[in-house]
Write a protein that binds this ligand. Structure first.
Ligand code: ADE
Length: 304
């Protein structure tokens, strides 16, 4: 299998749809193997509870670190650190426990800074190497959707499409205990937190579906026509919105397609499309133009 994907959620049935359509075919072809796990399978109490009230007060519930840790230790193949009993009464933690928590907390800033730096660098070989590094390649990249995290972009999708094992953790309610990602970072796990956009969803399931689709469609053999991937918005060197598309007939309900597209002059067509991509990006997403690498714009582009 090219890529193994584990998903942890309190609604694993949500991911049943992955057996349909393109994704189902990719699974049948052996390109991906997806398993959705129920977080509650790692609980021990009769109510299978996964959340608790926020420390410091406030509305809603926060997902408990102990349940996640049992689940993630298991799926990451790490030795469980603490016994279930210790985890269950976390309030009466030993000194050793407390120290460990401090250490993990102390790392938060550093670890987060590293994560952001990595996201900001080019899709550098280093990034990809970080994922593909031989011996470590069997350790999954751990990904948590989180509305308060850096934006997930096409660059992240491209980078993650080179990993051979992804583990997604879906948060619910008001989120998950912040010590979960910092603890696993401190254990040397490649932990990512991403927002899929500036809006709030009820939980991570939809966000994971979005990231999963963006990542897996880049796997060789996933799409019928690989060329369609190369030309798309946000990819390639340009990172512009795409030009508009038309099909036949040349005139429909009195609206004609732009004449140049009918000219058969490929150079002219390319220039027209490039100009349109630049103009539309400038109008709709000026932030993408700002973010462009200067080298991505040719002399002719600049004139536009
Ligand atoms: N969970 C809730 N809202 C989210 C968002 N916008 N992105 C990622 N995860 C989320």
């Amino acid at each position: 299998v090219a890529m193994k994907i584990d998903i942890v959620s309190v609604f694993p049935e949500y991911f049943d749809v992955l057996n349909l359509s393109l994704f189902g075919k990719a699974q049948a072809k052996g390109l991906v193997e997806v398993k959705a796990h129920n977080l509650r399978d790692w609980t021990h109490d009769v109510h299978h509870s996964v959340d608790d009230t926020p420390v410091g007060g406030g509305a809603g519930m926060v997902m408990k670190p102990a349940v996640w840790a049992e689940c993630l230790d298991d799926l990451l193949g790490l030795e469980p650190r603490e016994s279930t009993a210790d985890d269950a009464d976390a309030d009466t933690g030993t000194n050793a426990d407390t120290k460990n928590v401090d250490a993990a907390d102390g790392d938060v800033t550093d670890a987060d800074a590293t994560a952001t730096d990595t996201a900001d660098t080019d899709i550098a070989n280093a990034d990809i190497a970080g994922i593909d590094m031989g011996a470590e390649s069997s350790r999954p990249v751990l990904i948590f959707p989180n509305p308060s995290a850096p934006l997930f972009t096409q660059r992240d999708a491209t980078e993650l499409s080179h990993a051979d094992h992804l583990l997604f953790g879906c948060g619910r309610y008001e989120g998950y205990d912040a010590r979960i990602p910092s603890y696993y970072r401190a254990q040397g796990v490649d932990v990512r937190e991403y927002s899929i956009g500036d809006y709030v969803l009820n939980g991570g399931e939809v966000a994971v579906s979005v990231m999963l689709e963006a990542i897996t469609r880049l796997l060789p053999g996933f799409m019928g026509n690989p060329d369609s991937i190369v030309e798309e918005s946000y990819t390639g060197e340009g990172a512009l919105l795409e030009h508009r598309q038309y099909t036949k007939p040349a005139e429909w309900r009195g609206i004609r397609v732009p004449d140049v597209l009918l000219s058969g002059d490929h150079a002219k067509v390319d220039r027209f499309r490039r100009d349109e991509a630049l103009a539309r990006t400038n109008e709709i997403r000026p932030d993408l133009i700002e973010a462009l690498d200067c080298k991505a714009l040719s002399k002719a582009d600049r004139k536009t």
